[in-house]
Design a protein around this ligand. Structure first.
Ligand SMILES: Nc1nc2c(c(=O)[nH]1)N[C@H]1C(S)=C(S)[C@@H](COP(=O)(O)O)O[C@H]1N2
Ligand SMILES: [Mo]
Length: 222
């Protein structure tokens, strides 16, 4: 049993996870259309919300900033281990982007602040062999993204949303934000970032969600 499976087996969460796996099997919410993201801001099958829903495995780890740490390793020239203080010493990056959740809600214009993925990549320098990034979190969650998607101007380790510290329910003290993929790829309470030549499905990817998750081509289920 992996760490993820152990976390997922807790009773109250099992039903929710099973329902989502059921949706994946049925292809629920698929419209069968694709959209050109240069012309259409709202991806197919999505509707806009003004609030910001909370979605997770039902367990929101309490990670005090003083206890938080991030390790970055795998196929990199320089490994890295950051405390909260180390994170504060990095250049501040701001980016405003849209959220697209696979459960069909989208939320426009989220003002994020944190440390940019570009800055992190410049420090650790992934080797030429590194093609995937595995994100691991304090609740045992994991998700995988191609390095080419992680390596973009709008990707960041977010500490603030709308100028306020990120709340615990939304992944504070630090979450990853990858706007151009469905929001399940944006790991809350991030703890480890691993660069690798071998792709490995994360929590939802192993349970019927698409391995990549592009909202404009409706890569909801795999
Ligand atoms: N660590 C962790 N990150 C996670 C999740 C999770 O369960 N644990 N859920 C994912 C899913 S399915 C979604 S839709 C978004 C929801 O983020 P929000 O609660 O801030 O809206 O977080 C993603 N990141
Ligand atoms: Mo989700």
């Amino acid at each position: 049993m992996t760490e993820n499976d152990r976390n997922a087996s807790a009773g109250s969460r099992t039903k929710l996870i099973e329902r989502k796996q059921e949706w994946a099997r049925e292809g629920r919410l698929l419209t069968g259309t694709t959209a050109d993201k240069r012309r259409q801001r709202l991806p197919p099958g999505q509707h806009l919300v003004k609030n910001w829903p909370v979605l997770d495995l039902g367990q929101q780890p309490a990670v005090d900033a003083r206890d938080w740490s991030l390790t970055v390793g795998g196929q990199v020239a320089r490994k890295l281990a950051w405390s909260w203080q180390d994170l504060q010493a990095q250049p501040v990056h701001r980016s405003t982007s849209d959220i697209h959740c696979v459960t069909a809600w989208s939320r426009y214009d989220n003002a994020w602040q944190g440390v940019s993925a570009k800055h992190l990549l410049g420090l650790v320098q992934p080797t030429p062999a590194a093609r995937y990034v595995i994100l691991r979190s304090y609740d045992g969650y994991a998700t995988n993204v191609p390095l080419s998607d992680f390596d973009d101007d709008d990707v960041l380790l977010a500490t603030h949303w709308e100028r306020q510290p990120l709340t615990r329910e939304h992944g504070g003290p630090v979450r990853v934000v990858i706007p151009k993929l469905y929001f399940w790829k944006s790991a809350k309470w991030v703890r480890h970032i691993w660069f690798t030549d071998k792709d490995a499905p994360g929590f939802w990817e192993a349970r019927g969600y698409h391995n990549h998750g592009d909202p404009w081509t409706e890569e909801r289920y795999g």
